[in-house]
Design a protein around this ligand. Structure first.
Ligand SMILES: [Zn+2]
Length: 202
């Protein structure tokens, strides 16, 4: 991606991610939402109800750093969850939310967290340079009240080391990173690890 203050580059990057994720079946039927934070602090966010495999420039809108719309229209219903992550960590620049079958099924089979231990691919996450460790992804019960869900996420994140993502039960994955490439890598690595967990528990 070019400079992070480039609105067109942000939209192009997210549209390309949407095509790839849709081809994998990770954002079916308008599900999921994506965002990038620009250098000026504005958040470029997918609009509500857009097909993520066919995003055009018109499928995005800008929010300010507090989540207030800067363009006309309706942002994704879950925009508040993106904004909360950006407010928590100034260094992150991209948030990706997917609804894959693996994330959906695994989150229904686990309790309050998914533990990923001793996988070589854990090295895909920033700050991890060995497979000899485990990470804990929290699983939050789904809620149509996004503010209430966001409050539960925030309370958990206040009390734990930063995970590379979190799951919402029967719903999907949120992950983030210091740029879109790192965040895409997190989605791919977590999808792989979710598949391993499901294969191992058959
Ligand atoms: Zn969702």
């Amino acid at each position: 991606m070019r400079a992070m203050n480039d609105l067109d580059a942000a939209r192009d990057t997210l549209a390309a991610l949407g095509r790839g994720f849709h081809a994998h079946g990770w954002v079916p039927a308008t599900a999921g939402n994506f965002s990038i934070r620009l250098d000026n602090g504005q958040i470029v966010m997918t609009r509500s109800g857009r097909h993520k495999g066919r995003l055009t420039a018109e499928g995005f809108m800008r929010l300010d750093g507090l989540g207030q719309p800067l363009d006309e229209g309706t942002p994704s219903a879950e925009a508040g969850l993106h904004v909360a992550l950006y407010r928590r960590w100034p260094e992150i620049r991209c948030v990706l939310h997917t609804h894959s079958p693996r994330a959906t099924v695994l989150s229904r089979r686990r309790g309050k967290h998914v533990t990923l231990a001793d996988y070589e691919l854990l090295k895909a996450f920033d700050g991890i340079d060995t497979h000899e460790m485990e990470i804990e992804l929290p699983v939050f019960d789904n809620d149509q009240d996004i503010a209430a869900l966001g409050a539960r996420v925030n309370t958990w994140l206040d009390r734990h080391p930063a995970p590379p993502g979190y799951l919402i039960r029967g719903h999907g994955l949120y992950t983030w990173g210091r740029n879109p490439e790192a965040t895409e890598r997190h989605v791919e690595a977590l999808e792989f690890l979710f598949e391993c967990e499901l294969l191992a528990s058959r």
